[in-house]
Design a protein around this ligand. Structure first.
Ligand SMILES: Nc1ncnc2c1ncn2[C@@H]1O[C@H](COP(=O)(O)OP(=O)(O)OP(=O)(O)O)[C@@H](O)[C@H]1O
Ligand SMILES: [Mg+2]
Length: 236
């Protein structure tokens, strides 16, 4: 048994022949929250894609729960207990909140819709009030809650989240982080990509800094030192 929920060894990935990941080495220990930080275009989202199977690495190894899984299928991923919330949140804008939840139920045939709705609306009452509203017309914060309800429903052991605070007002970011903190406290392993470095570091066990397609620093937030300031900006 590996002590790593996720392990990337020398992972390379490309878009149309242009390589953007140049040998990524990264571990996410079981039960830990790793924040992946770095400038725009560094390859953070691409790294998540290489893990969740949206992109098949051109080289190297992706290990999930100790198993080699380069280019995992959605099914394999679900079986491994991995839930990925992509940039843009991965919800269906032209479906209502309830229909979005129904789609989630279909992916998890063992859960009746009534229970999905109950769990979701208990955690996010605002979604209950807006269950007939088109997801695309929800506020950014509400959309993020809907996206996170996927994670709650599928009961994952590993959660990959790409920029959950994107476009949200600080008060809403704080709410989203309350949920992430709670999920982490429940023992869910997390790989969190975030622009709001400070926010992410406040809940992270480890920080991984990615620059130009490689992880250049992996440290506990307290030991990050000047790297955060140098690469992530004073406001980050
Ligand atoms: N679908 C794509 N086709 C071609 N190039 C892409 C594609 N997606 C990303 N890239 C390129 O790959 C590089 C890494 O992009 P990626 O989205 O992984 O960066 P990121 O670290 O997530 O950046 P950001 O902080 O802006 O979200 C960038 O140079 C980007 O232009
Ligand atoms: Mg990105």
């Amino acid at each position: 048994m590996s002590a790593y929920a996720i392990e990337l060894i020398d992972v390379h990935a490309a878009y149309g022949g242009i390589e953007v990941l140049h040998g990524v080495d990264l571990v996410v220990p079981e039960g830990a929250l790793v924040a992946m930080l770095g400038p725009n275009g560094a390859g953070k989202s691409t790294t998540l894609k290489a893990i969740d199977g949206r992109l098949t690495p051109t080289g190297g190894c992706v290990h999930i729960a100790g198993r080699h899984m380069n280019g995992a299928s959605t099914k394999q991923l679900a079986r491994a207990g991995v839930c990925s919330i992509p940039e843009g949140r991965g919800i269906f804008p032209n479906l209502t909140v309830e229909e979005n939840l129904r789609m989630l139920t279909q992916l998890h045939a063992d859960l009746p819709m009534s229970e999905v709705a109950e769990r979701t609306y208990a955690r996010f009452p605002i979604l209950g009030q807006r269950h007939t509203q088109l997801a695309g017309t929800l506020s950014g914060g509400e959309q993020q809650m809907l996206a996170m309800s996927r994670a709650l429903v599928s009961d994952p052991s590993v959660l990959l989240v790409d920029e959950p605070s994107m476009g949200l007002a600080p008060r809403i970011v704080a709410e989203v982080y309350d949920v992430l903190r709670q999920l982490a406290a429940e023992g869910i392993t997390m790989l969190l990509v975030e622009q709001f470095a400070q926010m992410a570091l406040s809940i992270a066990d480890y920080a991984a800094v990615m620059i130009q397609g490689q992880i250049v620093t992996f440290a506990e937030p307290a030991d990050l030192g000047d790297v955060a300031g140098a690469y992530l900006g004073a406001s980050a």
